[in-house]
Design a protein around this ligand. Structure first.
Ligand SMILES: [Zn+2]
Length: 537
């Protein structure tokens, strides 16, 4: 125990340096998922949400910081760790085009390719790269036909900054994409692509940048995430032999990455939607990892400070509101008019028709855990109603938004299920139903289900009781189990994979359309949940 405490005491924050040294100012973001449009922050307060300026406000911050840095002779970088478009209608309906257009005005220094950049196939991604005025990075995403990074995508960039004494500080930035991309996108979207080991690739390029290219400072921009509790993950990684939760594929997280990086000084993460106002610092390598929340609701800001004569990296200073992070309240960060006009026109164009009202809610419909997730329950019930299946499940992370009280528009439904996932029905035995539910529940200690009632033990991660249609599940009976093609293809559930493909019903029906039909048929929708999921204490 004493040893453990000592390790954590060494994690000292190297900030508050005073005004000496030369500054490289960095604004960063990750997992925008199409969140460019100003919107009320219902996740903060569903009743009276404060307005968020999103990209127009962020663009103002970026323009200010860029101009100010130039004026003061300091450096500036804007880094985006990927998953830029898939999510909001303006991103998904344009397959990323609108977001690239907005980024062409924002002018990030780099954007690292995220897994969702592949959601509309490789050709679409290559088209986006070609349309971009900015640099896309991914050193470890390899086109198997050439053995090189994707066409137009760079493994790294080098930026030279002039210091006050006339010397040059050379900064290398390497892009790394999670190898989970192979598992998280439909197989045809990443056919012909290999994603190489994240650590090996980063270390290879970092070594080369420092040894052969004279880089003084190396940044890794990673579409890989710091987990929700980095310290717990570190302890688990280093002091136990526990396996990662199910639902964690082959890739590693940024805690493990930071511990294994060599010649990399700082890293930026994404992919997991949790922000760190103070960076994670690996106790041994001292690599700092920065990460913001998702959906473009805020930005990250940090200055890296260097000694002018020796070019030694002295530490960081936060330059956002809450240490290294800020929420983009439009009253605090006044939107950039040019970006606001562009975003308005892009959103207006892509969202024609989405204002149509499909139903209504008597009150705010929340998400939350397996028991309380009203929107998740609606999704599962809609899957059964649309397919005639006995039972259903969907992944917790696939239900992307709450629904506000009052009229429910097509846009609101879109935001719940922005991915073009289609419904599939797989016949499985009762025994397999229990196993599938346990697998779906592993990661979150709960699963979104329909047509069944489950009593679950989160400690053993086992189903204690499961009933279907009011009767205890019959382990040898066959049940029609509805889910999304995403879960079917990408979740690696052996019980689904074992069923012969000709017995699986591919409905072609979008999960989103099923939800829309359910809402239309059941309006006004009430917020109350039933007792379909219960965890034992
Ligand atoms: Zn991602």
């Amino acid at each position: 125990m004493i040893k453990k405490t000592a390790i954590f005491l060494l994690i000292t924050v190297v900030c508050a340096l005073g005004s000496e040294g030369w500054r490289l100012n960095v604004i960063f973001n990750n997992d925008r998922h199409g969140g460019i449009e100003p919107a009320p922050a219902t996740f903060m307060n569903p009743e009276t949400p404060p307005p968020l300026g999103k990209l127009p406000s962020e663009a103002a911050v970026v323009a200010d910081r860029r101009a100010q840095s130039a004026e003061r002779g300091e450096g500036f970088l804007y880094l985006d760790q990927g998953d830029i478009y898939q999510g909001a209608p303006v991103g998904s309906l344009t397959k990323g085009e609108a977001i690239v257009e907005a980024y062409n005005l924002l002018l990030p220094d780099i954007v690292t390719i995220g897994n969702h950049e592949f959601d509309n196939g490789l050709d679409n991604l290559l088209g986006l790269v070609e349309a971009s005025n900015f640099t896309w990075l991914s050193a470890n995403t390899i086109d198997l036909s050439t053995g090189e990074p994707l066409k137009g995508v760079k493994p790294y960039i080098i930026k030279d900054f002039t210091l006050p004494d006339g010397s040059t500080l050379r900064v290398g930035i390497i892009g790394i994409t999670t190898i989970d991309t192979k598992y998280m996108s439909f197989p045809e979207n990443t056919a012909g692509i290999e994603i190489l080991d994240e650590v090996e690739t980063a270390n290879l390029y970092a070594d080369s940048l420092k040894t052969h290219y004279g880089a003084d400072f190396v940044i890794a921009s990673c579409h890989m995430g710091l987990p929700f509790d980095a310290r717990a993950a570190y302890t688990q990684l280093n002091e136990t032999s526990a396996q990662f939760d199910e639902g964690h594929y082959g890739g590693i997280d940024m805690v493990e990455m930071a511990g294994r990086l060599k010649n990399v000084d700082v890293a930026f993460g994404g992919h997991i939607h949790i922000g760190y106002s103070t960076p994670w610092e690996d106790p041994r390598t001292h690599v700092l990892v920065f990460q913001n929340y998702a959906q473009g609701t805020g930005f990250g800001g940090v200055s890296f400070v260097f000694d002018v004569g020796s070019k030694v990296f002295l530490g960081y200073e936060p330059i956002a509101t809450d240490n290294c992070l800020a929420t983009l309240f439009s009253e605090e960060f006044w939107p950039n008019p040019e970006m606001l006009a562009l975003v308005d026109s892009l959103a207006g164009e892509s969202e024609k028709g989405l204002a149509e009202v499909v139903g209504s809610a008597t009150a705010f419909l929340p998400r939350g855990d397996a028991a309380q997730n009203r929107v998740g329950h609606i999704t599962c019930d809609a899957m059964i109603e649309a397919t005639g299946a006995d039972i259903s499940t969907t992944n917790m992370g696939g239900v992307r938004a709450e629904i506000a009280a009052g009229d429910i528009t097509k846009k609101a439904v879109f935001e719940v299920m922005p991915f073009d996932n289609k419904l599939v029905v797989v016949p499985v035995t009762g025994k397999e139903v229990v196993e599938i539910v346990e697998r779906m529940a592993g990661k979150y200690s709960g699963a979104l289900v329909g047509g069944m009632k489950v009593l679950f033990d989160p400690r053993s991660k086992r189903v204690v009781e499961l009933s279907i249609g009011g009767a205890r599940v019959d382990s040898s009976a066959v049940y029609n189990f509805a889910t999304t093609d995403y879960v079917y293809y990408s979740y690696g559930i052996p019980q689904f994979e074992a069923v012969a493909v000709d017995r699986v019903k591919f409905t072609g029906l979008l999960a989103r359309d099923a939800i829309e039909r359910w809402i239309a048929a059941h309006s006004p929708v009430e917020p109350g949940v039933d007792d379909r999921w219960k965890n034992i204490d």
